[in-house]
Design a binder for this molecule. Structure first.
Ligand code: ADP
Ligand code: MG
Length: 314
């Protein structure tokens, strides 16, 4: 059965790339890394009930499982090359597998990304993707390069995925049109690969926002041994987020995960270039300083105590 799943649902749909010498079907895949580039490698697991609600559509799970891995490559400025997929399924449900497969390969084909292997077993529903990208040696964007004076930026708008989660859990009222819009952010995150590539040579540090802005920006600050004060008023609030009280919007922007936007820093002298290369909405939310740690400032410039910095897994 395991081999039938692989042959029916996965092997026929993989993109082809000349650098895949051997794809699905042997003990290992064989790929030819490009000369003079580094491999950027990451893995992510989605567990039902932890990373997605029971009853989430298989199509969106397929999309999201790949999107979260692509988002890690985006944050490093890496270009997607190959992906592996580990599936743990409670039972074989062909409809579910078809939907999952379509969501996964729809996104994979956008990047001409071949599925080169994986693993299939029985167990509670979880999906792991292992992704490999390529990046020229001096172009990888890490979390540790931010310097005092660098501007702090985020792409797009934050908090909408978190809003959808609260609404689906009936913790916040939301009518059907805005819920559908927010749920699209939760179920179909759009990894910022093009932004990551455009930021090569421009961003001094970057991270993708999977656990909330406060937590993820704090990783940059810690690893770069710098700090920042961010006035709440600097946080962009999307039209959708304007339909809820502003305090709740701020809380979601700072601490809800799942948006998969990028947070990055740019030296002041490269800001004109940033404007030239970035084709998506983005906002400057503050400036890196040399006082360690993250301070969020209220309207009176007083630091807020952040109760819940972001999603933590343990
Ligand atoms: P092994 O037992 O040697 O690890 P398997 O029999 O588990 O190999 O898998 C056979 C082939 O199918 C391997 O090439 C493996 O990478 C691939 N494969 C298994 N599961 C998946 C999956 N869910 N998606 C893509 N490829 C898979
Ligand atoms: Mg083997």
């Amino acid at each position: 059965v395991e081999f039938k799943i692989i042959d029916d649902f996965f092997k026929p749909y993989s993109s082809h790339r000349a650098d895949v010498l051997l794809g699905i079907g042997d003990d290992c895949a064989l790929v030819k890394p490009p000369r003079d580039q580094l491999l950027a490698i990451s893995t992510d697991t989605l567990v039902e009930g932890v990373h997605f609600l029971h009853g989430t559509s298989a199509h969106s799970i397929g999309h999201k499982a790949l999107a979260v891995s692509l988002s890690d490559l985006a944050a490093m400025g890496a270009e997607p090359a190959w992906v592996l997929l580990s599936l743990s399924l409670p039972h074989i449900d062909e409809d579910w597998l078809n939907q999952f497969r379509q969501g996964f390969f729809q996104l994979a084909s956008e990047y001409n990304l071949p599925l080169i292997g994986g693993n299939t077993c029985q167990g509670s529903l979880s999906i792991a993707t292992h992704i490999i990208g390529v990046v020229p040696p001096s172009k990888a964007i890490t979390r540790s390069g931010a310097q005092p004076g660098d501007g702090i930026y985020i792409t797009g708008y934050l908090g909408e995925a978190g809003l959808a989660l609260l609404a689906l859990q009936h913790k916040i009222p939301l009518s059907s049109a805005p819920l559908a819009q927010a749920q699209k952010r939760l179920d179909y995150p759009d990894p910022r690969i093009a932004v990551g590539l455009a930021l090569r040579g421009i961003a001094s540090a970057a991270i993708d926002i999977s656990d909330g802005l406060a937590a993820d920006l704090s990783h940059i600050l810690e690893q770069s041994q710098v700090g920042a004060s961010i006035p709440l008023a600097n946080l962009p609030i999307s039209p959708l987020m304007q339909s809820i009280p502003v305090e709740k919007a701020h809380e979601l922007i700072l601490s809800a995960g799942d948006d998969y936007e990028l947070c990055f820093t740019v030296p002041a002298k490269l800001e004109p270039e940033l404007k030239q290369v970035l084709k998506c909405p983005y906002h400057c939310i503050g400036v890196i300083d040399d006082i360690p740690g993250l301070r969020i400032l209220d309207a009176d410039a007083k630091p807020l105590s952040l109760q819940k910095k972001g999603y933590e897994h343990f």
